[in-house]
Write a protein that binds this ligand. Sequence first.
Ligand code: NAD
Length: 286
Amino acid sequence: RGKRAFIAGVADDNGYGWAIAKSLAAAGAEIIVGTWVPALNIFESSLRRGKFDESRVLPDGSLMEITKVYPMDAVYDSPDDVPEDVKSNKRYAGSSKWTVKELVESVKQDFGSIDILVHSLANGPEVTKPLLETSRNGYLAAISASSYSFVSLLKEFVSIMNPGGASISLTYIASERIIPGYGGGMSSAKAALESDTRVLAFEAGRKHKIRVNTISAGPLRSRAAKAIGFIDMMIDYSLANAPLQKELSAEEVGNAAAFLASPLASAITGAVVYVDNGLNAMGVGV
Ligand code: NAD
């Protein structure tokens, strides 16, 4: 049987989640995705209307199939956690079972098990503010959406993941080096995500034979990155300074994710793998 992958954080065809889905599909995996509730309608209708058909084309000429799209909001674990104003929000009220526990329960009922879990989501409401000007709420929201969301997803999914399975998240070098402009506690959130990758690799490895890795990706002009506001500068900086002077494509990150999720990487766990044209290895700009 082919592998089944759940990819959390796909809402258009521009981000890393979409590219990872494609690489996994090209390698023969069945694709199911989780889409942030406020983005669900537009994503599903665009899919239905064929807006993504050009970007669904796989190397063999076939179109990537997404077996099912689940609504999700990774900052809530169960219905008890959802505040009234969110519950009554029109976009949220139009969907159901989108908290992490309910989502995993639905996937379990629909499919029984998965082999690969991909976490390709982040959110920091104050990302454009320097850390020194970030509020406690903004900081905690960044950690909740960008770091604990992975702990929560793995915690719930691990019970329906087949032994030998793998999980992958996406991180950014701002966790370990100063990247002015990546604010709001997002640098802190990525540092937590990377540390959790090691601890969870131990815990999920020992208990469930599941591997846990994270990809430290170079800059990509995704929707989320455009919201931060400095993405063009980061792409130019990488072009000027990285060992490989080419623009990073989402597909290159997708292919690395497919490798890490595959048996080819069966001894790799707890790792931060750089897919950034080598920029992380530079000590100074040139
Ligand atoms: P993206 O906009 O394609 O993906 C982010 C996704 O997160 C969106 O689909 C959004 O709807 C979803 N999301 C936000 N809050 C959510 C929540 N509470 N519950 C569920 N989903 C939620 O952008 P991307 O840049 O491809 O981001 C994917 C991952 O890659 C993120 O972890 C990001 O930090 C990481 N990353 C991006 C870059 C870059 O330059 N774009 C570089 C390194 C790492």
